[in-house]
Design a protein around this ligand. Structure first.
Ligand SMILES: Nc1ncnc2c1ncn2[C@@H]1O[C@H](COP(=O)(O)OP(=O)(O)OP(=O)(O)O)[C@@H](O)[C@H]1O
Length: 240
């Protein structure tokens, strides 16, 4: 697969989000894509997936089957996880999602509405959806965000399996979740430019502490959800 001078802007007269990106991807490549917030990672992944078209330049030789796990599922839809995966299976010509539901330990989620999933659980559904059709190009947008420890540990092996059968895997990730894979290629989006062989420097972020007041019985669930989303959260005080 090849990117030739790929540029992209969202609207005419908007600045370019991606400027003249050139790259080659070979069967079996696993790529970690880093970059600061708003650097254009999700945009590049959508272009690679064929969900957006370059403003200029071209992407050629894209594998026929693309699996794309977005950073957010379309949670507004009134589907349960099972109904959604069955629907995606039909779209994929009857691909088998059940083994992935089992491997990703999703049994307890199957009757949950998409909109009620935590971030990490939604990522698992996105992963199952992307993996079911044995993609030749697997694209993962921040796959480790909010993910439970077991799935986090399983993901590098899954990426290696896809690559092992000749697939290309590309994942945006600033948590270094794939760093231990041998031969991992690193791409960074910086100022609209795609750079090979470097990880973008970790962003220095300002932090804020906010106060939330809620019924005492809701505190454990609230703290669990916040922690699942990667925030440091703790109980401070209780009023009578
Ligand atoms: N649908 C859209 N319409 C207009 N501009 C957009 C749209 N989506 C993203 N952008 C802009 O394009 C730029 C790149 O966004 P993108 O989401 O690709 O970055 P990112 O690196 O994935 O960021 P993050 O890490 O925060 O997800 C940003 O300036 C963003 O505001």
């Amino acid at each position: 697969m090849r990117l030739s001078r790929v540029s992209f802007r969202y609207r005419r007269r908007d600045p370019l989000v991606i400027e003249e990106a050139d790259a080659r991807l070979a069967p079996g490549d696993v790529i970690e894509l880093t970059g600061a917030n708003g650097a254009g990672k999700s945009t590049l992944l959508r272009l690679l997936a064929g969900l957006a078209k370059p403003t200029s330049g071209a992407i050629t030789e894209r594998p026929a089957v693309v699996g794309f796990a977005p950073d957010r599922l379309p949670t507004g839809q009134p589907f349960t996880v099972t109904a959604y995966l069955r629907h995606m299976s039909r779209v994929r010509g009857g691909a088998r999602w059940e083994p992935w539901a089992e491997r990703l330990n999703m049994g307890h989620l199957l009757d949950t509405a998409l909109g009620d999933l935590s971030k990490g659980s939604a990522h698992k559904v996105g992963l199952a959806q992307a993996l079911m059709a044995e993609p030749g190009l697997l694209i993962l947008d921040e796959p480790f965000a909010g993910l439970d420890a077991d799935t986090r540990a399983a993901l590098p092996a899954i990426a290696a399996e896809v690559a092992g059968r000749g697939g290309i895997v590309i994942a945006s990730d600033h948590q270094g979740g794939l760093r231990d894979l041998p031969g991992l290629r690193q791409w960074a989006m910086m100022d609209g430019h795609l750079k090979e062989g470097t990880a973008a420097p970790a962003a220095v972020r300002a932090h804020a502490t906010v106060e939330v007041t809620l019924p005492a019985e809701e505190v454990p669930g609230f703290l669990a959800r916040m922690r699942e989303d990667g925030y440091a959260a703790r109980r401070i005080e209780e009023s009578p």
